[in-house]
Write a protein that binds this ligand. Structure first.
Ligand code: PMP
Length: 328
């Protein structure tokens, strides 16, 4: 990549060097990447008054459509995050769902796509917080292949950074600012030679991974922290709980998890839309988890999730919003 394709060291387009220019949706219209201009003074960047959603659209077997997974639930959570943060918008849930479909229809990719819906507070140079300003909403789409089925696993540490709490920076909200906490933990883990970090909450119980929820298998029981343990109210977590109950007849236990339970767990996996999906954790603080490979329960759950998102589980079709692809 030559210098001309970089802006401040960042690729000018996620597809620099290819013939395909991506598009985005900004406050009501699909716009070409090169015209996606936002004033540098936005308060959202200076003071992190922003929240977002990460959504995946999975290409189907014949590659003539992508299925957006649980679009309505992601839009609902974005609006809930905005409510908690007092970010205002005139867009209704149905408008934003349609925006995602419109944007995807304008993209040419016959592959898995990741979308980010971002709401941020608009222009300001003095740092005051307007009480009635409308948030800007931006939706980006980029190709991002699923990693399920690639054999990907993670080694984790327990982070010395504690997860933020509902008393100050609610983790229930998918606020951009919350990711500074995740980033601290992730970069520390990377510097120490781990793939990722599991964070404890303020009471010392397992909260979540830097961008995913945590599930533990012990003596045949599937255990995950309740949503009041300083975690995001994750859509993948809710999906897995439902799938496991309905397809495997296993009732997941939602209870606080101690750190040392991680060291003697039979299986651990992390789950989330973007980087996580269903990813086995094969060690924690260098304690090997189970056999050190993907465990049998994790494997079953991963394949249930994969079938649901790929449109291979007819019972789960209500979770999918289909968007047809153009000519290849
Ligand atoms: N926790 C955190 C901190 C996350 O960033 C994510 C990813 N959005 C998750 C959990 C999983 O949430 P979801 O399943 O809704 O993607």
């Amino acid at each position: 990549m030559d210098a001309e394709t970089l802006i401040d060291g960042i690729p000018a387009s996620p597809h620099s060097g290819t013939a395909v220019e991506p598009v985005a949706w900004l406050d009501g219209k699909v716009v070409p990447w090169s015209e996606l201009l936002i004033h540098a003074s936005v308060l959202g960047t200076a003071q992190a008054s922003a929240c977002f959603e990460g959504v995946r659209a999975y290409v189907n077997d014949s590659r003539e459509a992508v299925n957006v997974f649980r679009l309505q639930d992601h839009v609902r959570r974005l609006l809930q995050s905005m409510t908690i943060l007092r970010l205002h918008t005139a867009f209704a849930a149905a408008d934003l769902e349609l925006a995602v479909v419109e944007l995807l229809a304008a993209t040419p990719w016959h592959e898995d796509i990741y979308l980010r819906l971002l709401a941020f507070e608009g222009y300001d140079v003095v740092g005051a917080w307007p009480t009635d300003a409308r948030a800007t909403i931006l939706i980006n789409a980029v190709p991002r292949p699923s990693t399920m089925g690639t054999g990907r696993t993670k080694s984790c540490c327990v982070s010395s950074w504690r997860r933020i709490s509902d008393e100050s920076m609610p983790p229930r909200v998918k606020a951009s600012a919350n990711y500074l906490n995740s980033r601290n933990a992730y970069l520390q883990a990377a510097a120490d030679g781990y793939d990722d970090a599991i964070m404890l909450n303020q009471t010392g119980h397992v909260a979540e991974c830097t961008g995913a929820c945590v599930f533990v298998v012990r003596d045949g029981a599937l255990i995950t922290p309740p949503v009041t343990e300083s975690i995001l109210e994750s859509i993948t977590r809710a999906t897995l709980i439902q799938l496991v109950k309905e397809e495997l007849g296993v009732d997941p236990v939602q209870r606080p998890i101690d750190r040392t339970e991680l060291y003697i767990a039979d299986e651990i996996f992390v789950s989330g839309t973007g980087g996580g999906e269903v990813t086995p954790v094969t060690s924690v603080d260098r304690y090997q988890v189970g056999s050190g490979e993907i465990g049998p329960m994790t494997e079953k759950i991963q394949s249930l999730y994969r079938d649901a998102v790929r449109g291979l589980a007819p019972r789960r079709s209500e979770w999918l919003s289909r968007v047809k692809r153009g000519e290849e």
